[in-house]
Design a protein around this ligand. Sequence first.
Ligand code: CP
Length: 337
Amino acid sequence: MTDQPRHFIDTQDFTREELLRIIDLIGLLKAADKDGACPKLLAGASLGMIFEEPSTRTRVSFEVAMTKLGGHALYLKPGEIHLGVRESIGDTARVISRMVDVIEARTLKHQTVLDLAANATVPVINGLTDYNHPTQVICDVFTMIEHAPVGKSLTDFKLVFIGDATNVCSSLLMVSTQLGMHFTHAAPKRYQAPEAWQAIGRTNAAASGGSLTVTDDVDAAVRDADFIYTDLWWWIGQEAEIPDRTSAFMPDFQINEALLARAPAHAKFMHCLPASRGVEVTDAVMDGPRSIIFDQAENRLHAEKGLLVHFVYPRLSPPSSDLASYHRGRIESFLKP
Ligand code: CP
């Protein structure tokens, strides 16, 4: 197939209707999977997975998703492929595109995934960069819908993200305001969502009917929360900042039972994982009755199936049985002694 592919780099590249259609597809695929009837919609297709950073959920979910859909995934590790070293990112994208049907990439710099997409002739799916994490948040919206408070629908949800303005925070801010939800980022001023993200969120909210609040007042933020979400307070490469970050976030911004007690009784706890237990969240919350983190983690698998089917299935053109028989016959005749 030579048509220009559509990439999944940023939810901002998609309309509300497109995002909701992907989320509905995730639901259909999860239901089929739970009945042991996942359709082999990507039979014979291949996924190239590039990871410049470690991953548990993203790697396992994409690989298992391809297997369940009848396809195959290859783990392409830096140092073992020529990505930007001895070969340009563009050339790697062009070459891999000739051999696989879709590329997933977790890259240190957002520009790398943009460069892959600019040169690939198959869809590129962003598996996390230093800017955003769109596959995570599609899964998160699906998970929130599954755990919707009684009587509430998506546009009523209040999602409160407490902690550092991470790449997950960035994508949650964007997708929730796109979909008409009410998003609050609660953090010390120094670690709040940058103005550029807030400007996008405000524009989204004005169009969707949602809202964006950025505050350092945790009590006000959680008072009417439906979902309370956090992420790591530091990431690989930020180790030197651990003392400053710990003193900025601890104790007010830690998700513990005292904080949850100030939220409505129905409010659920979410985390993209991996978590630092005892740092941004306590064990009692992680393992408590209001935590939906493992449903959320499982839903990465169903979300990847939805994304892969949405972007790849329409591009596949399996041969007719006549054409398949013709070629098989030619090759078998050739092989006869
Ligand atoms: N949430 C997430 O992306 O997890 P991994 O880093 O394990 O892929």
